[in-house]
Design a protein around this ligand. Structure first.
Ligand SMILES: Cc1ncc(COP(=O)(O)O)c(C=O)c1O
Length: 456
């Protein structure tokens, strides 16, 4: 089948996520055909360095035969069985133990889901249910942040703070509140980073007092806001959030769908930012994106309440702990340990990535500021970086840059005017050099396009 045949089929029948399908159908979707290491190839044979690890998930890189073999073996052995009817199976039990062994603190119990959004729905229901068990069903308000992304189910959309999503498919789930995000470069004004971090964290206390401390179930936050543009909070932020949650006895949930499994150069972002969560939601890197699987790791406080409460938790998914996905996730964790992925990141690759990025991309006239930690980075594209002047809202600089990247062998995502990198964790130093070189070249092209369009 030629590319145009596939594009025609796709345009005829495929409704794409987060896409203006009408506009896409006119130009045709890019057809990705295979992957190896940190690269994917499209139907035209163009080789692209995947600076996004798929969608923040292919952490071990493409073409891992071990993962494919484990999946095939499990499919032959037991392709499916549920975990509802007082049954379990080897992959689910082993994976639960393996996850508990790598999560921080006392997150010793694992509830399985199929996607990050489902895991977030579990978080919403479980935090509320916990307080109901404790005799306080009125403690049912969840607090999250503006510009946070927690998925696309109605629960995930409601908990997330994306205005564009809230406008569609409303009404949203009630009893969810949002506070400001800790985006220092964009919103910090004259404040120091540390000051701003405290101000943003204290917005949580203000909100708690506004709605009444006795009505709040949990605060949910990504250790760093990924899809919101890689917004990395100031160092003062999380300790203050932690203190406020403790003060008002509010559950703290870290949504680590992106941060989990090495992205921030620790197994979990909670370790990087000093968070002691009552629950962690995870997906993506859990199976390196090879099969859909997600989980919520639950701390002893909530898990024991659930276990001691003599009743069913009426919640679960057909694919909770799916044996094939679980076998692949288990193998992913094994590979991460065997290949010392986290140690390699800490000792060598993450510092190299940070330095190289700042020395190259960071010097580009369009790049006003880089937020980065571990192997994830967000770059603010500015019209005039010396005066912190943004591009006009009618000129989509991010999309211009993203298109130049795609056409020149690099996948870099745009969130508004922020460009994002989150490459596979197995990337080598030479590949980081190549990534940075390509990024600078594409930024040069972007600059030329902006000038030609009269946006500069
Ligand atoms: C922090 C966070 N939570 C939840 C989700 C939703 O995950 P999924 O797309 O697997 O439903 C995402 C997806 O990017 C995410 O980044």
């Amino acid at each position: 089948m030629s590319q145009s045949d596939i594009q025609k089929q796709d345009a005829g029948h495929h409704l794409h996520p987060f896409t203006n399908t009408g506009a896409l159908n006119k130009k045709g979707a890019r057809v990705i055909t295979r992957g190896e290491g940190v690269y994917v190839w499209d139907e035209d044979g163009q080789k692209l360095l995947d600076g996004m690890a798929g969608l923040w998930c292919v952490n071990l890189g493409y073409g891992r035969k071990e993962l494919a073999e484990v999946a095939a073996a499990q499919m032959n052995e037991l392709p499916y069985y549920n975990t509802f009817f007082q049954t379990t199976h080897t992959p689910a039990a082993k994976l639960a133990e393996a996850i508990a062994s790598v999560t921080p603190g006392d997150l010793n119990h694992i509830f399985f889901a199929g996607s990050g959004s489902e895991a977030i729905d579990t978080v919403i229901r479980l935090t509320r249910h916990y307080w109901a068990i404790k005799g306080k069903p009125y403690r049912n308000i969840l607090i999250a942040r503006e510009n946070a992304y927690h998925g696309s189910t109605i629960g995930g959309t409601s908990l997330g703070g994306m205005g564009g999503m809230h406008k569609q498919g409303a009404p949203l789930v009630p009893n969810i509140e949002h506070i400001r995000q800790p985006y220092w470069y964009g919103e910090g004004g004259d404040m120091s980073e540390d000051e701003f971090g405290l101000v943003c964290a204290r917005a949580l206390e203000d909100k708690i007092l506004e709605v009444g401390p006795d009505n709040v179930a949990a605060f949910v936050g990504e250790p760093l806001q990924g899809a919101g543009g890689v917004i990395i909070p100031p160092a003062t932020y999380w300790p203050e959030i932690q203190r406020i949650c403790k003060k008002y006895d509010i559950l703290l949930v870290a949504d680590e769908v992106i941060c989990g499994y090495g992205r921030t150069a620790n197994w979990f972002g909670s370790e990087t930012f000093g968070i002691e969560p009552d629950m962690i939601s995870m997906a993506k890197g859990l199976s390196s994106g090879y099969l859909p699987i997600a989980a919520v790791a639950v701390g002893d406080r909530v898990a024991n309440a659930l276990i001691e409460h003599d009743d069913d938790f009426n919640h679960g998914y057909t694919y909770s702990g799916h044996p094939v996905s679980a076998a692949v996730a288990l193998k992913t964790i094994e590979i991460m340990k065997e290949e010392k992925i986290v140690e390699r990141l800490q000792e060598e690759i993450a510092p190299y990535f940070q330095k190289k990025l700042r020395e190259t991309v960071g010097q580009h006239p369009l790049v006003g500021h880089i937020d980065s930690v571990g192997l994830v980075a967000g770059m603010a594209l500015m019209k005039d970086k010396a005066n912190k002047e943004a591009f006009p809202s009618d000129y989509d600089i991010g999309m211009v840059c993203r298109d130049h990247c795609f056409n020149n062998g690099l996948i870099m995502r745009a969130t508004g005017s922020r460009m994002i990198l989150s490459p596979p964790l197995v990337i080598s130093k030479a590949e980081i050099d190549e990534l940075c070189e390509k990024a600078v070249y594409c930024l040069d092209l972007t600059l030329e396009s902006a000038k030609a369009a009269g946006a500069l």
